[in-house]
Write a protein of this length. Structure first.
Length: 341
């Protein structure tokens, strides 16, 4: 009830901001949304009201309930997004704290203009160009990112991933995945040095990144008369290699979209071009790219797919899809291990 009262108060404040004159016939509707792992609750709120001229107006917003580490997302919005990514993120409307330390983050509800644009090469290139602009703008802006010991969390998740892959040995349907235990084990053991090398590579170096780029967190929306990519869910923003953003995007699109897989190198070189770099994919650049991709795999993606594949309560279709995704992730591990070794 307390959270509902907080949200109601915020809605009243927002109405005063968008409609300075008195409003009437206010109707508020809420719909729960999937909030991923970074929010304990996400609600799409639709507010219908009439202004003094008796014209019906609609205000749509998304309210995210943040608890524990995910409260970082509110600070990310207030600091990093406000300074360097307002054009790339939903507009921040309000942040409300509670005595318990929980945060209610309220942002605009962004309307999607295209359901699945990623088989279109131009859409993918447009996203990577905007991403390059963001990465260039954030050079030297590490102080804007709230603290998070990401490296310690990554190490813990990577070790859990290794344990889970070892357990696949006893499952006749998954034992073949365990063939990649040697390269995975080598990466997990070398992870601290592996990460230091990645974060010291130039010109990519270490700077604020979005940290969770995949098709579920990007949509095309109408802004300034054009369809432009908008990045959602900034809760995993951190200081890292910008190629972690790029590889996360390209690997996830390649899984869902055959055209993305076929055009992988073309999209990667379009990002380099947007940075003002040579479009050649040199041996050293490929090595850094696969190191970044493996970092993403070890941060939870592979663990998630292995857990779904081993879950007997999941449908056969879900488990087969998870096995396919795990196999793709292990391919990334093998490539990174080959470069690192």
């Amino acid at each position: 009830m307390e959270k509902r009262i907080e949200l109601t108060n915020l809605i009243q404040q927002l109405l005063q901001r968008v409609a300075p004159e008195p409003v009437q016939d206010v109707l508020v509707e809420g719909k729960s949304l999937r909030g991923g792992i970074e929010a304990s609750g996400v609600t799409l709120v639709t507010v219908r009201y009439r202004n003094q001229s008796n014209h019906q107006k609609i205000l749509r917003l998304v309210a995210k309930q943040l608890t524990g580490r995910p409260v970082r997302e509110a600070a990310v919005y207030q600091r990093l997004v406000a300074a360097h990514a307002q054009h790339l993120a939903p507009r921040l409307l309000a942040v409300e704290g509670s005595d318990s330390g929980d945060i209610l983050l309220v942002i605009e509800a962004v309307r999607r203009t295209t359901s699945w644009p990623w088989r279109n090469l131009k859409a993918g290139e447009a996203l990577l160009a905007r991403l390059a602009e963001f990465h260039m703008a954030t050079e030297g802006a590490a102080a804007l990112v709230p603290e998070w010991d990401y490296e310690a969390e990554l190490q813990a998740v990577a070790e859990q991933t290794r344990t889970t892959l070892e357990q696949c040995r006893t499952d006749p349907d998954l034992a073949f995945l365990a063939r990649d235990l040697p390269p995975l084990n080598r990466l997990v053991l070398a992870l601290p040095a592996f990460r230091r090398q990645l974060l010291s590579e130039r010109p990519f170096g270490c700077r604020p990144i979005h940290g969770d780029l995949h098709p579920g967190n990007v949509l095309m929306s109408r802004r300034d008369g054009q369809d432009k990519p908008i990045l959602l869910d900034w809760g995993r923003a951190r200081v890292a290699s910008q190629l972690e953003d790029v590889s996360s995007w390209l690997q996830s699109v390649s899984y869902w979209e055959p055209e993305g897989r076929r055009r992988h190198d073309t999209l990667l070189t379009s990002y380099l071009s947007a940075l003002g770099m040579d479009r050649r994919l040199t041996t050293s650049l490929r090595a850094v790219y696969w190191m970044a991709a493996a970092s993403n795999v070890l941060s939870g993606a592979l663990l998630y797919h292995l857990c779904v594949a081993r879950d007997c309560h999941r449908s056969r279709t879900q488990r087969i899809a998870a096995v396919t995704a795990a196999r793709d992730a292990l391919r990334v591990v093998r490539r990174a291990d080959a470069w690192w070794s």
